[in-house]
Design a protein around this ligand. Structure first.
Ligand code: FE2
Length: 202
Protein backbone atom coordinates (compact mmCIF):
# COMPACT_ATOMS: atom_id res chain seq x y z
CA UNK A 1 0.00 0.00 0.00
CA UNK A 2 1.30 3.43 -0.93
CA UNK A 3 1.75 5.89 1.90
CA UNK A 4 2.38 9.57 1.44
CA UNK A 5 5.34 10.83 3.42
CA UNK A 6 6.06 14.28 4.76
CA UNK A 7 8.43 15.74 2.13
CA UNK A 8 11.80 16.91 3.37
CA UNK A 9 12.10 20.65 3.75
CA UNK A 10 14.52 22.23 1.25
CA UNK A 11 16.23 24.01 4.20
CA UNK A 12 16.80 23.42 7.92
CA UNK A 13 14.00 24.10 10.42
CA UNK A 14 15.82 27.31 11.35
CA UNK A 15 16.66 28.06 7.71
CA UNK A 16 14.02 30.79 7.33
CA UNK A 17 14.83 32.49 10.65
CA UNK A 18 14.56 35.23 11.70
CA UNK A 19 11.71 35.87 9.25
CA UNK A 20 9.99 32.63 10.23
CA UNK A 21 11.36 31.10 13.41
CA UNK A 22 12.40 27.52 14.04
CA UNK A 23 9.46 27.29 16.46
CA UNK A 24 7.02 28.26 13.71
CA UNK A 25 8.44 25.67 11.31
CA UNK A 26 8.54 23.01 14.02
CA UNK A 27 4.80 23.39 14.56
CA UNK A 28 3.69 24.29 11.08
CA UNK A 29 5.72 21.67 9.23
CA UNK A 30 6.31 19.14 11.99
CA UNK A 31 2.77 19.13 13.44
CA UNK A 32 0.25 20.71 11.04
CA UNK A 33 1.64 19.49 7.72
CA UNK A 34 2.51 16.10 9.22
CA UNK A 35 -1.06 15.75 10.52
CA UNK A 36 -2.57 16.43 7.10
CA UNK A 37 -0.35 13.69 5.61
CA UNK A 38 -1.15 11.21 8.38
CA UNK A 39 -4.87 11.92 8.06
CA UNK A 40 -4.65 11.52 4.28
CA UNK A 41 -2.96 8.13 4.63
CA UNK A 42 -5.69 6.97 7.00
CA UNK A 43 -8.45 8.17 4.68
CA UNK A 44 -7.13 6.54 1.49
CA UNK A 45 -6.18 3.18 3.04
CA UNK A 46 -8.14 0.42 1.33
CA UNK A 47 -9.87 2.78 -1.13
CA UNK A 48 -9.56 3.48 -4.86
CA UNK A 49 -7.53 6.59 -3.96
CA UNK A 50 -4.72 4.49 -2.50
CA UNK A 51 -2.33 4.57 -5.47
CA UNK A 52 -3.28 7.92 -7.00
CA UNK A 53 -0.97 10.92 -7.27
CA UNK A 54 -1.99 13.59 -4.82
CA UNK A 55 -3.16 15.97 -7.57
CA UNK A 56 -5.68 13.34 -8.74
CA UNK A 57 -6.96 12.79 -5.20
CA UNK A 58 -7.47 16.55 -4.79
CA UNK A 59 -9.29 16.73 -8.13
CA UNK A 60 -11.60 13.79 -7.41
CA UNK A 61 -12.30 14.07 -3.68
CA UNK A 62 -15.71 15.30 -2.58
CA UNK A 63 -15.86 18.21 -0.14
CA UNK A 64 -14.96 16.93 3.32
CA UNK A 65 -12.02 15.32 5.12
CA UNK A 66 -10.42 13.67 2.07
CA UNK A 67 -10.41 16.91 0.07
CA UNK A 68 -9.30 18.99 3.05
CA UNK A 69 -6.38 16.76 4.01
CA UNK A 70 -5.15 16.00 0.49
CA UNK A 71 -5.38 19.64 -0.61
CA UNK A 72 -3.65 20.85 2.54
CA UNK A 73 -0.90 18.24 2.09
CA UNK A 74 -0.39 19.53 -1.46
CA UNK A 75 -0.69 23.24 -0.60
CA UNK A 76 1.86 23.04 2.20
CA UNK A 77 4.48 21.29 0.08
CA UNK A 78 4.01 24.04 -2.50
CA UNK A 79 4.37 26.68 0.20
CA UNK A 80 7.62 25.26 1.63
CA UNK A 81 9.28 24.87 -1.76
CA UNK A 82 8.12 28.32 -2.84
CA UNK A 83 10.23 29.91 -0.11
CA UNK A 84 14.00 30.14 0.26
CA UNK A 85 16.31 31.45 2.99
CA UNK A 86 16.73 35.23 2.73
CA UNK A 87 19.99 36.08 0.97
CA UNK A 88 20.29 39.71 2.00
CA UNK A 89 19.62 42.48 -0.47
CA UNK A 90 16.53 42.64 -2.62
CA UNK A 91 14.76 39.40 -3.43
CA UNK A 92 13.72 40.09 -7.01
CA UNK A 93 12.07 37.81 -9.59
CA UNK A 94 14.04 36.08 -12.32
CA UNK A 95 13.99 37.91 -15.67
CA UNK A 96 11.46 35.54 -17.13
CA UNK A 97 9.02 35.82 -14.20
CA UNK A 98 9.56 39.56 -14.10
CA UNK A 99 8.46 39.84 -17.74
CA UNK A 100 5.31 37.86 -16.97
CA UNK A 101 4.62 39.99 -13.86
CA UNK A 102 5.04 43.17 -15.91
CA UNK A 103 2.64 41.91 -18.55
CA UNK A 104 -0.01 41.06 -15.96
CA UNK A 105 0.39 43.82 -13.35
CA UNK A 106 2.36 46.61 -15.01
CA UNK A 107 5.47 46.25 -12.85
CA UNK A 108 6.91 44.37 -9.87
CA UNK A 109 5.84 47.06 -7.40
CA UNK A 110 2.20 46.81 -8.53
CA UNK A 111 2.35 43.03 -8.20
CA UNK A 112 3.63 43.40 -4.61
CA UNK A 113 0.87 45.85 -3.73
CA UNK A 114 -1.87 43.66 -5.15
CA UNK A 115 -0.50 40.43 -3.65
CA UNK A 116 -0.12 41.92 -0.18
CA UNK A 117 -3.59 43.45 -0.36
CA UNK A 118 -5.23 40.14 -1.26
CA UNK A 119 -3.20 38.11 1.25
CA UNK A 120 -3.54 40.56 4.13
CA UNK A 121 -7.28 41.18 3.69
CA UNK A 122 -8.37 37.60 2.99
CA UNK A 123 -10.98 36.92 5.66
CA UNK A 124 -10.32 33.90 7.86
CA UNK A 125 -8.07 30.96 7.02
CA UNK A 126 -6.75 30.30 3.56
CA UNK A 127 -4.14 31.05 0.96
CA UNK A 128 -2.96 33.71 -1.47
CA UNK A 129 -1.52 32.46 -4.75
CA UNK A 130 0.38 33.69 -7.76
CA UNK A 131 -0.94 31.52 -10.59
CA UNK A 132 -0.67 31.14 -14.34
CA UNK A 133 -4.02 31.02 -16.09
CA UNK A 134 -3.78 28.66 -19.07
CA UNK A 135 -6.85 30.28 -20.66
CA UNK A 136 -5.27 33.69 -21.30
CA UNK A 137 -1.66 32.63 -20.55
CA UNK A 138 -1.31 35.43 -18.01
CA UNK A 139 -0.32 35.54 -14.37
CA UNK A 140 -3.01 36.26 -11.81
CA UNK A 141 -3.30 36.64 -8.02
CA UNK A 142 -6.06 34.70 -6.33
CA UNK A 143 -7.10 33.78 -2.81
CA UNK A 144 -8.56 30.47 -1.71
CA UNK A 145 -10.42 29.70 1.51
CA UNK A 146 -9.38 27.02 3.99
CA UNK A 147 -7.94 24.06 2.00
CA UNK A 148 -9.11 25.27 -1.42
CA UNK A 149 -6.45 25.16 -4.10
CA UNK A 150 -5.94 26.57 -7.62
CA UNK A 151 -5.70 22.98 -8.92
CA UNK A 152 -9.49 22.61 -8.81
CA UNK A 153 -9.93 25.83 -10.80
CA UNK A 154 -7.71 24.68 -13.67
CA UNK A 155 -5.02 27.21 -12.71
CA UNK A 156 -1.28 26.51 -12.48
CA UNK A 157 0.14 27.58 -9.10
CA UNK A 158 3.50 29.38 -9.06
CA UNK A 159 3.71 30.66 -5.47
CA UNK A 160 1.61 29.96 -2.35
CA UNK A 161 1.35 32.13 0.73
CA UNK A 162 -0.27 30.43 3.71
CA UNK A 163 -2.40 32.95 5.60
CA UNK A 164 -3.80 30.58 8.19
CA UNK A 165 -2.93 31.97 11.63
CA UNK A 166 -0.72 28.93 12.32
CA UNK A 167 1.65 30.26 9.62
CA UNK A 168 2.49 33.50 11.39
CA UNK A 169 1.01 33.79 14.88
CA UNK A 170 4.12 32.72 16.83
CA UNK A 171 6.30 35.30 15.05
CA UNK A 172 3.89 38.08 14.10
CA UNK A 173 0.92 37.55 16.45
CA UNK A 174 -2.11 39.26 14.90
CA UNK A 175 -0.05 41.28 12.41
CA UNK A 176 -0.72 39.33 9.25
CA UNK A 177 0.23 42.28 6.99
CA UNK A 178 3.75 42.25 8.50
CA UNK A 179 4.12 38.53 7.75
CA UNK A 180 2.83 39.00 4.21
CA UNK A 181 5.19 41.88 3.66
CA UNK A 182 8.31 39.89 4.62
CA UNK A 183 7.03 36.90 2.70
CA UNK A 184 6.96 39.01 -0.48
CA UNK A 185 10.12 41.00 0.18
CA UNK A 186 12.38 38.24 1.48
CA UNK A 187 10.99 34.72 1.23
CA UNK A 188 9.67 34.01 -2.27
CA UNK A 189 11.76 31.48 -4.16
CA UNK A 190 11.55 33.01 -7.63
CA UNK A 191 13.50 30.13 -9.22
CA UNK A 192 10.70 27.82 -8.06
CA UNK A 193 8.10 30.16 -9.56
CA UNK A 194 10.02 30.19 -12.86
CA UNK A 195 10.23 26.39 -12.93
CA UNK A 196 6.44 26.15 -12.55
CA UNK A 197 5.86 28.91 -15.09
CA UNK A 198 7.95 26.96 -17.62
CA UNK A 199 6.03 23.78 -16.87
CA UNK A 200 2.72 25.59 -17.27
CA UNK A 201 3.75 27.02 -20.63
CA UNK A 202 4.83 23.66 -22.09
FE1 FE2 B 1 -0.45 26.01 7.07
Amino acid sequence: MKQFILPELPYALDGLAPVLSEETLSYHYGKHHAAYINNLNGLIAGTDFENMPIEDIVARADAGPLFNNSAQAYNHTFYWYGMAPAKGGDNTPTDQVNEALKEAFGDFESFKTQFSDIAAKHFGSGWAWLVHNPRDKKLQIIKTANAETPLTQGLDPLIACDVWEHAYYIDYRNKRPDYVSVFIEKMINWDFAEMHLNRARQ
